[in-house]
Design a protein around this ligand. Structure first.
Ligand code: GLN
Length: 487
């Protein structure tokens, strides 16, 4: 069935003339429409683009006319609702941006469109990407295809539900602190957070600018490699984007196979702090099985001490909130989307717009951010968190000088029940214990599907590498996909 194929398989089908782009896109659209009629729909999309099939037909015409030199011509991708696609609505799943239309496309979208890809629709998310369960969305939650009473993870939950539920072959998500890897883990997908700087942030709605990256969700490492290669590279519009070249990923885009990495001699560090005594038994069992597999393939897996990792969630929630409070100051009722009516004064208009437009979690982050940045608390919280981040960067770099990978579970549990953490922000934040350090340290990190719980819930394992070593992560994941299985 078309909706079960990977992007690379669909690409092969197109190239061999066994499939048309219109057939592919129609299959995903039909799956979306059928799902929407279910009692508990996945809620993966906030909008499925009506014209996607027409765009696919145009791609088919180009292919028939022999103009098929765009490497991903006619292949569809789902796009998180915080990545700008020119002329389309964009809301970040917030009432605040109701009625907003993207005036330009993000660089990543521009490049994927130039490569021939077709955006299928906008995917559901936590409001402004703040959350770990996709429940803080003004549209209501997305659901986990493996068990619809559970979360697909967040904040890129809609993107993960779309790919895992057969409503898209691949999807763009975004990461500030785990928002691609956590949903990948909960939904049984491969999810890549690139190094800070690998993908341009131009046209990604800002949350925590020193942490944000666009990320990718898919069914195979190869699919991630292809989209990554098409999107990566220096962008003059984002001064933090890097000019790094990814020749192996580019070769995959050009038609080569993604090479699997030989694990013989590969040095892997497992931080003791990330495999605590109390780790949930099923997560622990899946993780141990992965470690045994890696060792059986010749890797040296060493348990190390890296106590600073225990500070990562705390630092993350201070810095991300501080940056968010500043980035979200622009939603003032004047320039974007919502404006409260019946306000007597300008200040009242600001106040009402922001109170009506933002949901509870976003307001909480803005308050925390303003608090840690305010005089008297700046030194105690913001400045200290910055200092600890610098220390974490150094300590992690020290480990990665000796080891090629840091290995851990992606999340402390499999997907939890919808409703079980929404009223307990701290419990929600703790879903991010293993993911945030990679954002803080600017490193590439990948979640791969490593197994299932007894109830059939996916459990992920996370590989984190040296900065700009995305290809190492993808190749190691490919070795696992070929040999280890995948859950
Ligand atoms: N759970 C993280 C948060 O709520 C996820 C952020 C993200 O990666 N976008 O901040």
């Amino acid at each position: 069935m078309i909706t079960e194929l990977s992007l690379s398989e669909l690409r092969g089908g197109l190239r061999r003339g066994e499939l048309t782009s219109a057939e592919i896109v129609s299959a995903f659209r039909d799956a979306y429409l059928a799902d929407a009629k279910k009692e508990e729909p996945l809620g993966a999309y906030v909008e499925f683009f009506d014209d996607s099939v027409a765009l696919a037909e145009r791609a088919d015409e180009a292919r028939r006319a022999g103009e098929a030199d765009a490497p991903l011509l006619g292949l569809p991708i789902a796009v998180k609702d915080n990545i700008l696609v020119k002329g389309r609505a964009l809301t970040c799943a917030s009432r605040m941006l109701r009625g907003f239309t993207a005036p330009y496309s993000s660089t990543v979208i521009d490049r994927l469109l130039a490569a021939g890809m077709i955006p299928l629709g906008r995917t559901n998310m936590d409001e402004f990407a703040m959350g770990s369960s996709c429940e803080y969305s003004c549209y209501g939650p997305a659901r986990n295809p493996a068990d619809r009473t559970r979360t697909p993870g967040g904040s890129s939950g809609g993107s993960a539900a779309a790919v895992a539920g057969g409503l898209a072959p691949v999807a763009l998500g975004s990461e500030t602190g785990g928002s691609v890897r956590l949903p990948a883990s909960f939904c049984g997908l491969y999810g890549l957070k690139p190094s800070y700087g690998s993908l341009s942030r131009y046209g990604l709605v800002a949350f925590g600018s020193s942490l944000d990256q666009i990320g990718l969700l898919g069914r195979s490492p190869e699919d991630l490699a292809v989209v990554f290669a098409a999107a990566a590279g220096r962008d003059p519009r984002d001064e933090t984007s890097a000019a790094t070249d990814f020749p192996a990923a580019r070769a995959v885009l050009d038609g080569a196979e993604l090479p699997a990495r030989d694990f013989r001699g590969l040095k892997i560090a497992v931080p003791r702090e990330f495999v605590p005594e109390g780790l949930e038994a099923e997560v622990s069992a899946v993780f141990d099985r992965f470690v045994r597999w890696a060792r059986s393939r010749g890797a040296f897996v060493e348990i190390i001490d890296l106590p600073i990792l225990e500070a990562s969630v705390a630092i993350y929630y201070i810095l991300a909130a501080a940056e968010a409070s500043s980035n979200l100051a622009r939603y003032d009722g004047v320039r974007y989307g919502l404006r409260a009516k019946e306000a007597g004064t300008l200040f009242e208009m600001y106040e009402r717009t922001r109170s009506e437009g933002f949901g509870e979690e976003v307001r909480r982050r803005i308050l925390i951010g303003n608090f840690v940045l305010s005089s008297g608390y700046y030194d105690a919280y913001y400045k200290k968190a910055q200092a600890v981040r610098a220390l974490l960067l150094r300590e992690v770099a020290r480990v990665l000088a000796e080891h090629e990978l840091i290995l851990s579970p992606t999340a402390p549990t499999p997907a939890f029940k919808l409703g079980s953490k929404v009223r307990d922000p701290l419990a929600m934040y703790l879903s991010d214990v293993y993911t945030t350090f990679a954002n803080l340290a600017l490193l590439p990190s990948l979640s791969l599907p490593a197994g299932l719980s007894r109830e059939g819930l996916p459990i992920g394992v996370q590989l984190t590498g040296r900065r700009f070593a995305e290809e190492t992560l993808l190749s190691c994941a490919e070795t696992w996909r070929r040999e280890g299985g995948g859950g």
